[in-house]
Design a protein. Structure first.
Length: 263
């Protein structure tokens, strides 16, 4: 077998859910300081039409209350503590708005936004990105062909990744010209990876199982296997694992400096 010398693109799942409270500024800072190439985070809509960063529909798991994000105002959400579930020392972490995260990330971090929204909110999201001239620093992830078409129409420069729930649906997204594909770890074979590479598409792998608490969990051995399968990037809770796997290929002082997203 040909030796694999390509570094993995390191994408911190939920901002780095193993390093700090997920989808919080603390996680974003920790992963960026650790050397992650990109932060993956989830976008939802509040009752008063604000875009916020939060994964679950409900607030029980990380905020400890039995309400849904979509039923709360932004003010109500920002009164919640979403750090203590991870560590009492993180008490006081708050739900951030997309605007706040974009302002922080500009010139500092690249973002993969998992849009957990109904279609028809694309213009609101793209307006925030374009206003900050971050079209080349943000990738939008979607499971909806309708949403994908709208994004491309609103901003042809914006890059997109398929978050489809099956290989069949992923191909539909490819036909609508996404720039990246996200595949679940269980789907990975050298043949599948080569198929998308032949189409000119980088392959990012969502590590771990498909359900909480396994999603995003992986090991260095599994990451080495993914690297050997020639995948381009990995999405994982602990970005330091993939960073260490990359160091096995390149001396840290000689690592490739990446200016823009890989193509």
């Amino acid at each position: 077998m040909k030796e694999i010398t390509r570094r993995l693109w390191v994408i911190a799942h939920r901002g780095g859910a193993a390093l700090a409270a997920e989808n919080t500024m603390g996680a974003f800072r920790a992963s960026t300081e650790a050397g992650a190439d990109m932060l993956e985070l989830d976008v939802r809509l509040t009752a008063d039409n604000h875009l916020v960063i939060y994964h679950d529909q409900g607030l029980t798991r990380t905020a400890g209350i039995s309400r849904r994000v979509v039923d709360c105002s932004l003010r109500e959400l920002q009164l919640l503590d979403v750090g203590s579930y991870f560590n009492e020392g993180l008490a006081g972490e708050r739900v951030s708005t997309l605007a706040e995260v974009l302002d922080w990330a500009r010139g500092r971090a690249r973002l993969l936004l998992d849009l957990k929204l109904e279609p028809h909110h694309e213009a609101q999201i793209i307006k925030e990105i374009v206003a900050r001239r971050m079209e080349f620093d943000v990738v939008l992830g979607t499971r909806s062909l309708e949403s994908l078409t709208a994004m491309k129409s609103l901003c042809p420069l914006i890059r997109t990744v398929s978050l489809a729930r099956s290989l069949w649906a992923t191909q539909d997204m490819v036909d609508e010209r996404v720039e990246f594909v996200r595949l679940w770890h269980e789907w990975i074979t050298p043949e599948h990876v080569q198929r998308f590479h032949d189409m000119g598409l980088p392959v990012w792998v969502m590590t771990g199982g498909r359900h909480f608490p396994d999603v995003g969990e992986t090991t260095m051995e599994e990451l080495r296997e993914l690297r050997a399968a020639a995948v381009d990037g990995v999405i994982l809770n602990d970005p330091t694992l993939a960073i260490e796997v990359n160091r096995e290929l390149f001396d840290v002082t000689e690592q490739i400096i990446v200016g823009n997203l890989p193509t």
